[in-house]
Design a protein around this ligand. Structure first.
Ligand SMILES: [Zn+2]
Ligand SMILES: [Zn+2]
Length: 639
């Protein structure tokens, strides 16, 4: 299909969608519906100011008199579901009219009015427009100094941007094709997941949603290593702020192994090239991973050469690359196109993120980057995390997904009880995926696997469904769709599984699932059993402050509260460093005097240590596993 035809079709669809969107809204009804091209110009003339300079060039129709155009900053961006209100970093908003080259148009500056916390309106009403099309430039600056998968950073070293945090959309014109031009500082090179020639400074996108799906790196000194799998080109773009310890070659070759393992499950992806955009921030705090259609943005807080950083980077790679299919294309029905004026609500993040977490780990094993013990150890840690979380008894996987705007790195100005009441859909969904896979494999004697369910989902909803919107191929699925497909593909009635473990808080069926594979789950008290229900606030540096008191715990019985500063235990003064060790000297039933500071007063009370609160879980191989069980295990681990 030619580009011109595609744009015409999209334009018609855009018009239809904008008519639908404006129905019932007076403000929107006044919006100009016949805009021409929309082009984003991005400059960064003073990197140390952290100010991105954005100019949105909009070609106006010649019947815009009496109309206005609204520009809106998203409240959040796809992949991270907390509300961040990117508009708070916007400054110096202005607009002006200009003419196409060669024409003389004398128009005063257009008035810009702020409508609400995320919207700016340009009134065109006072101007009588000439026959020829007019060009409106809507200009602003936006501050960005966070290296992350959601925010943007401009400083003396680089520009790294995520479009949702710097680009406004034209209200009612999100479906329109857009163009981006970037004018980088001298000597800085630009790369993103849609770069197809060197020194590229212009990009075309089918719509705003794809524009902001294309995180971009601009710096003088990033590296680009490449490899090919199934005729597709993969770029490993690395920007290191610390020592790489000569590990980059191995990183690239392990990433290739992971790509081979994941494409072996799904088949060749539909893109021609894909970019891993990786930062080793070496600042001990910036860490993130974000999925996109043809790229991923990965930020590690350490330097590549440092202990533990390499493995963490590969973890993120395996997870984010799995998102190429699960979430970016095969997606819950609410995930695109998006309404950036309010938080997202979906029950499906345990599938989109949790099952991706499960496969991220499994794929490290299938790629040969991990051995069996590493995978089983990681899943054991996740079981320990979930089974010890008080929120596991209160929040199911769908509720957790719906709570994403509160959980996903959300800032809280108000005190919350989420530590006691919530669980994350990442580890909970990971365990549901893990159990679902083993139970399907076990009950079907290895004939069917979760792999088959995921492939069928991809085929049915992404590849074969008619497009449900301008945004992407196919349509999204509901939780009921996933349950139906899992049951159909496996030939099992999985309704009880979904009722108990997805929509309720019943403990997952570890014993049945592991038994098919000659594995068992060992449960024993954690090494420091008597933490007494106190969670230390590790943000509060310098003092030993209680961050959370677990419900029905010795700490709660003793009347302790969050924000109490612990000053002595067993009549001895105490610090953050020796708190757990000191507590571990006592045993069940001991009465331990504790003193805390609250409201400038010292309060003495007594902890009566109860039964060990925290348990540790470990998946072990059974000595008497049968050859059939071992064969089932090998098929699962090797894919
Ligand atoms: Zn960079
Ligand atoms: Zn993810």
């Amino acid at each position: 299909m030619s580009r011109i035809f595609r744009i015409t079709r999209l334009r018609r669809l855009a018009l239809l969608l904008s008519l639908l969107a404006s129905f019932g809204s007076n403000a929107a009804a006044q919006q100009d519906r016949r805009l021409g091209s929309i082009t984003y110009h991005l400059r960064m003339t003073r990197p140390v100011s952290h100010l991105f300079e954005v100019s949105i060039e909009v070609e106006l129709g010649n019947d815009t008199a009496g109309n206005s155009i609204d520009f809106q900053m998203p409240k959040w961006s796809p992949g991270r579901y907390a509300i961040f209100d990117f508009a708070k970093n916007v400054q110096e908003v202005s607009a002006r009219l200009a003419c196409p080259a060669g024409l003389d148009c004398t128009f005063p500056n257009s008035p810009v009015r702020r409508l609400d916390d995320q919207t700016w309106r340009v009134d065109l009403g006072v101007h009588k427009l000439p026959e020829k099309r007019q060009i409106l430039f809507f200009n602003y600056k936006v501050f960005g100094n966070d290296l992350s998968g959601t925010f943007s950073q401009l400083d003396s070293r680089h520009a790294n941007f995520n479009g949702g945090s710097i680009f406004m959309y034209v209200v009612n014109h999100k479906p329109d094709p857009v163009k981006l031009t970037i004018d980088p500082p001298k000597g800085w090179r630009i790369i993103n997941g849609r770069t197809d020639k060197s020194d590229q400074r212009e990009w075309q996108f089918p719509n705003y949603d794809v524009l902001i799906d294309t995180p971009t790196e601009i710096a003088p000194d990033w590296t680009d290593d490449q490899f090919q799998v199934d005729g597709k080109t993969y770029h490993v773009v690395v920007h290191s702020f610390g020592d790489e310890g000569k590990k980059r070659d191995k990183l690239v070759s392990d990433i290739e192994k992971i790509v081979r393992a994941e494409t072996a499950m799904w088949g060749p992806p539909e893109f021609d090239s894909y970019t891993f955009l990786i930062h080793f921030a070496a600042d001990d705090h910036s860490g993130d991973g974000m999925e996109h259609l043809t790229s991923t943005q990965i930020i590690e807080p350490g330097a590549l050469g440092e202990e533990g950083v390499y493995g963490s980077a590969l973890d993120t790679v395996a997870h984010e690359f799995f998102h190429v299919w699960n979430v970016k294309r095969l997606r819950p029905v609410e995930l695109g196109p998006w309404d950036f004026t309010r938080p997202l609500s979906t029950r499906g993040l345990w599938i989109a993120e949790g099952i991706t977490n499960y496969y991220g780990h499994l794929m490290k094993r299938r790629a040969g980057v991990w051995d069996d013990a590493a995978l089983l150890g990681r899943e054991s840690q996740t079981i320990t995390q979930i089974e010890n979380a008080p929120g596991s008894h209160l929040m199911n996987a769908e509720d957790s997904s719906l709570s994403a705007p509160f959980l996903d790195d959300a800032p809280h100005a108000q005190q919350t009880n989420l530590d006691n009441t919530s669980i994350s859909y990442y580890p909970k969904g990971e365990l549901i995926g893990f159990m679902l896979d083993l139970i399907i494999r076990g009950r079907t004697d290895g004939k069917v696997a979760l792999d088959d369910v995921m492939r069928r989902m991809y085929e049915e909803f992404y590849l074969k469904s008619p497009n449900s919107s301008y945004y992407l191929r196919g349509r999204g699925y509901t939780g009921e769709d996933f349950e139906r497909v899992a049951s159909e593909v496996s030939g099992l009635d999985l309704h009880e599984f979904f009722r108990l473990y997805v929509r309720d808080v019943t403990m997952l069926p570890y014993d049945e699932a592991l038994r098919y594979f000659g594995l068992s789950l060992v449960r024993e008290p954690a090494r420091q059993p008597y933490n007494a229900g106190i969670g230390i606030d590790y943000q509060e540096k310098g003092s030993l402050t209680i961050g959370v008191v677990h419900p029905n715990s010795p700490a709660e019985e003793a009347g302790l509260q969050e924000d109490d500063e612990i000053i002595s235990l067993g009549k001895k003064s105490i610090s953050r460093e020796n708190f757990l060790v000191s507590l571990a000297r006592y045993k069940q039933g001991d009465r331990v005097p504790i003193a805390v500071k609250r409201d400038r007063k010292t309060i003495q009370t007594t902890l009566v240590l109860g039964a060990p609160e925290r348990m540790e879980y470990r998946i072990e191989e059974k000595k008497d596993a049968t050859p059939q069980e071992k064969a089932l295990r090998a098929a699962w681990l090797k894919g």
